[in-house]
Structures are given as structure tokens and as C-alpha cells.
Ligand binder design. Structure first.
Ligand SMILES: [Zn+2]
Length: 620
């Protein structure tokens, strides 16, 4: 890697520092009580150009770049706060107040970022918040920078792309637990920082801790291109749905000559499916929206910004940069389909495709977050699903019993470990991890197998250019060596996210917790009325399945419930018990009440998310 890539090109280091006014004070963000939520000091080991032998030199370079932090003047009236979290907070100075774009993940870091701005610029009120897309690192800290009362009073606008709230529930809520668990691997949040641990997250150093929240948008951008003047700043919004997020938009500010590509043109290869898991994204449409932005705004753009990383200046460089991004996504999409159409399978295509000359040696398309390999598999999945078409793969044994057979056929665990040790010595780490997975699944308590598997994953982590691959491999090694770190069971989502869910999704969430065995043979119809949202619906239990119909009342209901969604949210968050809600009158029931109690007893209790990944886990 060190020989192949243009390390003499240091333009990005200049761009990452350009316009710096002040760095993050002490590199720290603390709560009022002193708890450290963000600490750049943990990364002090990242100094010097030469990568340690345990970090891919290309990733080391990005890990250095992502250390740039503080308040930056990008151009007249436009500032960015970087290095307070994984994403950037962008500030535009309107005629009377501030327009904030993407208030980071948690209230504490967003507040700290805005305070650094105020330390160097006039303390004007926030008049608008814009969310570029539906990922939590772009909206979660909103309560740190605006008061919801001001939003309700119309003093602060909150603007988001159409489908923003639906996208939040759709992407992260129903599969929330496994997604959070897998995100631990993607971001390496629980890995020690260090040359043998977490060095970066690709998009930034890491995700900030603290209190996430959400204030729902007061204005949706719904047309393909919409222009609004906000506090004297003309903003051309370009919707780009189904790209990096289901709801996402770019912005062009004509007076400033600035194009904001949100998260669709970061200086790296992004994900078609992140390792945390997601519905497969559409790289074809992603490339098209980048192309549209080039055509509409490219020649007029003097500065390109994104909501991660540093800007690009100069129109010709910007167009060149965006063309590389466009072609990066289109190339992987097209070449994957080309091989698919010749009958190749996902892992074979992933091995065959690499970036072409002209792209491969550009820093801005390297796979620090996504990788060509897993993005190829995402394209395959988008078009042809998980099934590779070979009927031998249609109904295989599940992982643990299959592993037991494999190991038995190969002559037992000791024989496999001996052979794998020889391959480890030859540097065949991919294969060693692959075959040791079988031994670990056959014999989860086999210490030798776990240790050898961990050693192989660790070497793969040290080699990886992608920060998310490195984190996943190293965290896998850590769990094999030390087991799963058990955390207390917490509510799966914050109060704001829960309150933001439509009642339709609220009942979907209830339905996915139904224990089918406990519900066997039971049937029940419940009418619900939420007086605070003026909603009614009929919920039916039949065939061990819950279905609901919004806006309907069933004539044959066994039970009727009258309450508020706010009360139900409190019950779900375990801040209120059903008996207390009944006693206070917040919850009123009519009909066969024991049947409703029986329904609640069929629901899975909250289980947390720290399930086994590196070993089979119970009952599987
Ligand atoms: Zn982001």
C-alpha cells in the first residue's frame, strides 16, 4: 500500500487545516457533571507520517486527517465545526441570525461546538436548523442548539428532506437491536484506542457519547429542486432520496458559491450497505444525483462542502472531484452487474473488481468507510438477494450443526487447528479465520481455536484499509479472547425517537415482540383510541400474528383502550406502569380486561442487544 499510493500528495492536509480559527478546547467535551463524552486526546498516539506496522498506511493517513478539529471559516458567512463528533456542524450567518446544518449526534457535543463558534463570532440567535438526511449523527444533537419551545413558537424553522421521519423509523427502529450491536463492530466504540486498536471510523474519529434527541421538522422539502430564502440566504435544495440515506438532500447557496453535498460525496468510498446492516442502497441513482449536482451547480461552485471531512476549493477541482465520486459509485454498480450477467457469484465478483486506473490512485475514492468488496456484495444483494442461485446453498444446515459436521469430516478440532497453524505461519489469515470459525462454532469453548481465530482476525484488522473493517476484525478478536461485554438492558431508543414514531410503526414494533408460541391458538380484537393524536385503530391477534388497521374501530372488539400515545410511550419506556396509568385515569379500559393482560404477557421482555456473534449463542 505504501508503495502504491501517492503519499507525496499532501493537498488534503492543507485543505483540512484551511480557515482554522480555533481548535476544540482541550480536545474535550464534558457533561456538566464532568463525564468525558468526547476526547481527542485518546488519539495522541497518531503522530508522524509513518504508520506503525499494525495500521494500514492509507488508513493511517486518513486517521491523521480526521484529527483536524475546531472552528473553521470556509468562506464569507459560512463556518464549520469539525472534530466534535463524527460529523460536521455547518453554520451559515443569515441577516439576523444563524442557520445550522446538521447538529451532530448528541446535545452536549452540539452545544460545545456552537459555543466555540460563539467564542469567536457574534452571539446571534439560531433561526433555522436544516437536517441534510435521516442519520442520527446529523440530527441527534438538535436539543443542544435550539429550544423546542422556540420551534413551536415559530421562531426557529426545522427543515428536512421529504420522508425524513419515516426514514428514521424505517431504517433504524424495527431492526434496532442487531443494528446497534453490529454498529459496535463497525465503529469499534468499545475497542481501546491505539496502534493495535481503534484509530478511526473513516468518516471521522468516532461517534460522540451523550444525549441524543430529535425535534421533528416543521418544513419538508418535497420537490426535486426547491429554492427558499431563509434569513436572507438563498438556498437551492436538491433532493437525493435513496442514496446514502433514504431521505437526503444537497444544497447550493448562490450568494456564497457553496455547494453542500451532505454525505453523498465524502472524500472516500462510502457504503452501499454499512456493516451495521441496512436496506441495500442504490449506487446507480446515487451517481445520477451527483451528476445532476455537477450539471446544475458545478460551474457556479467556488467551494464544495460536506457534512463530514474538509471542503474542496476551486471550481475545476470541485468538478473533477465530483466526477470521480460519480464514477466511483457507477463503476462498482456497473461492473458488478457485468459479472453477475456472466453468472459470477458475490465473493468471486468481490475478488475480481478493483478500481480502475485514474480512480484507484486518488485519495478521495479509497475505501476508508465502505470497501469495494462489501459494496459489490451489496449490489448483488440489491438485484438478486442473499441467494446465489445454487440449490446446494438453498437449504444448508444452520451454522453450528454444519460446523460440527465439517470439523468431524476434517478429522476433528485438533487436526484442523494444526493445519491452520501452518497456514497462519504462511500469512493465509483470511482462510485461517474462515476455517477457525467452523471449529469455534463446533466447539465454542475450545480455547485454542478461539485464540487462533482471534489472531487471524487481528492480522486482518492490521492490514485493512477500511476503518470499519479494521474495527470489525479487531472487535471480533477482542470478543473471542474476552467474551461478550455485557451491558445493562436499556430502552432500545430514546424518548424523542419513540415520540416521533407514527402509531402505525408503534404497533409494528409491538407486533415484532410477540412470542408466537405463547400466542398459539389465541385470538383477540382490541380497539385503541389515542386522544392526544386523535387516532383510532383496531388491533387483531390471530394465527400468532398481530395486525392493525389505522383509522378503524372493530364492532367485535374484546377490549377497548382509551389513552394517549404519550402515556403508551411512557409505559414502553418503563417510566410508568400499567396499574399506575389505570389508577390515575391516564389509561381507561372497557371489556374483557384479563384478555388484554394476557396479550401483554405474550410479549418478549426487553433483552438488550449483547447477543453472541463470534459463537453460535444459545438455542441455535
Ligand atoms: Zn453521517
Amino acid at each position: 500500500m505504501a508503495a502504491k499510493l501517492p503519499f507525496a500528495d499532501t493537498a488534503d492536509f492543507e485543505a483540512a487545516q484551511r480557515g482554522l480559527i480555533a481548535t476544540v478546547p482541550e480536545g474535550l467535551v464534558r457533561t456538566g457533571g464532568g463525564t468525558v463524552l468526547w476526547n481527542l486526546g485518546e488519539y495522541a498516539f497518531i503522530d508522524g507520517e509513518l504508520a506503525p506496522s499494525t495500521v494500514n498506511p492509507s488508513l493511517w493517513r486518513m486517521a491523521r486527517l480526521n484529527l483536524a478539529n475546531g472552528l473553521f471559516k470556509v468562506t464569507e458567512r459560512l463556518y464549520q465545526l469539525r472534530g466534535f463528533d463524527i460529523a460536521n456542524l455547518t453554520v451559515i450567518e443569515g441577516d439576523s441570525g444563524l442557520i445550522l446544518i446538521d447538529p451532530l449526534t448528541t446535545a452536549e457535543v452540539a452545544r460545545a461546538a456552537l459555543e466555540l463558534y460563539y467564542a469567536h463570532r457574534p452571539r446571534k440567535p439560531v433561526v433555522a436548523v436544516i437536517y441534510t438526511h435521516s442519520h442520527i449523527d446529523h440530527y441527534g444533537g438538535v436539543r443542544g442548539v435550539v429550544d423546542e419551545a422556540d420551534v413551536k413558537a415559530g421562531k426557529v424553522k426545522v427543515i428536512a428532506p421529504a420522508g425524513f421521519m419515516e426514514a428514521i423509523s424505517g431504517e433504524n427502529v424495527l431492526a434496532g437491536a442487531p443494528m446497534s450491536r453490529r454498529a459496535q463492530f463497525q465503529f469499534g466504540t468499545m475497542l481501546p484506542r491505539g496502534a493495535r486498536g481503534q484509530v478511526d471510523a473513516g468518516l471521522g474519529k468516532s461517534v460522540a457519547r451523550g444525549t441524543p434527541g430529535l425535534i421533528a421538522p416543521t418544513q419538508s422539502i418535497a420537490k426535486a429542486v426547491e429554492t427558499h430564502t431563509i434569513d436572507g440566504i438563498e438556498i437551492v435544495f436538491q433532493l437525493a432520496p435513496e442514496t446514502e440515506a433514504p431521505a437526503e438532500m444537497h444544497m447550493f447557496y448562490p450568494q456564497l458559491g457553496v455547494l453542500n453535498m451532505a454525505e453523498n460525496a465524502c472524500p472516500l468510498l462510502h457504503n452501499f450497505i454499512p456493516l451495521r446492516g441496512a436496506v441495500a442502497r442504490d449506487p446507480r441513482i446515487w451517481a445520477k444525483y451527483i451528476g445532476d449536482a455537477i450539471a446544475m451547480y458545478g460551474p457556479k461552485t467556488k467551494v464544495l462542502i460536506g457534512q463530514h471531512h474538509w471542503p474542496t476549493w476551486d471550481s475545476a477541482k470541485i468538478i473533477d472531484y465530483l466526477e470521480a465520486q460519480r464514477d466511483l459509485y457507477k463503476h462498482i454498480h456497473d461492473q458488478t452487474l457485468r459479472y453477475m450477467n456472466r453468472g459470477w457469484r458475490p465473493a468471486e465478483i468481490a475478488e475480481a473488481i478493483d478500481l480502475p486506473p485514474g480512480l484507484a490512485e486518488r485519495w478521495s475514492v479509497r475505501g476508508y468507510y465502505g470497501s469495494v468488496s462489501h459494496n459489490v456484495k451489496a449490489v448483488y444483494q440489491r438485484y438478486l438477494s442473499w441467494y446465489d442461485g445454487n440449490p446446494c446453498n438453498l437449504h444448508p444446515l444452520p451454522p453450528a450443526p454444519a460446523a460440527a459436521k465439517f470439523v468431524e469430516y476434517m478429522g476433528g478440532a485438533a487436526a484442523v487447528i494444526e493445519k491452520a497453524r501452518a497456514d497462519f505461519a504462511k500469512g493465509e489469515f483470511r482462510w485461517v479465520a474462515q476455517v477457525m470459525k467452523e471449529v469455534v462454532y463446533a466447539e465454542p469453548q475450545n480455547k485454542e481455536a478461539r485464540a487462533l481465530c482471534a489472531d487471524a482476525l487481528e492480522q486482518m484488522g492490521y492490514q485493512a484499509e477500511s476503518a470499519t473493517w479494521r474495527n470489525a476484525f479487531l472487535y471480533g478478536a477482542q470478543e473471542l479472547r474476552h467474551g461478550v461485554f455485557q451491558m445493562p438492558v436499556r430502552p432500545g431508543m430514546g424518548a424523542d425517537t419513540l415520540a416521533g414514531l407514527t402509531s402505525d410503526v408503534f404497533f409494528d414494533l409491538m407486533a415484532i415482540r410477540l412470542d408466537a408460541a405463547k400466542a398459539a391458538g389465541q385470538s383477540l380484537v382490541v380497539n385503541w383510541r389515542f386522544t392526544d393524536r386523535n387516532e383510532m385503530l383496531a388491533l387483531t391477534l390471530k394465527h400468532s400474528t398481530l395486525t392493525h388497521r389505522m383509522g378503524e374501530t372493530a364492532a367485535n372488539a374484546d377490549v377497548s383502550v382509551t389513552t394517549t400515545r404519550a402515556t403508551m410511550d411512557q409505559i414502553v419506556m418503563r417510566k410508568l406502569t400499567i396499574p399506575d396509568a389505570l389508577a390515575s385515569g391516564a389509561l381507561r379500559l372497557e371489556g374483557e380486561i384479563p384478555k388484554l393482560a394476557a396479550l401483554f404477557s405474550m410479549m418478549d421482555p426487553p433483552t438488550g442487544m449483547m447477543f453472541e456473534i463470534l459463537t453460535p449463542g444459545e438455542g441455535r
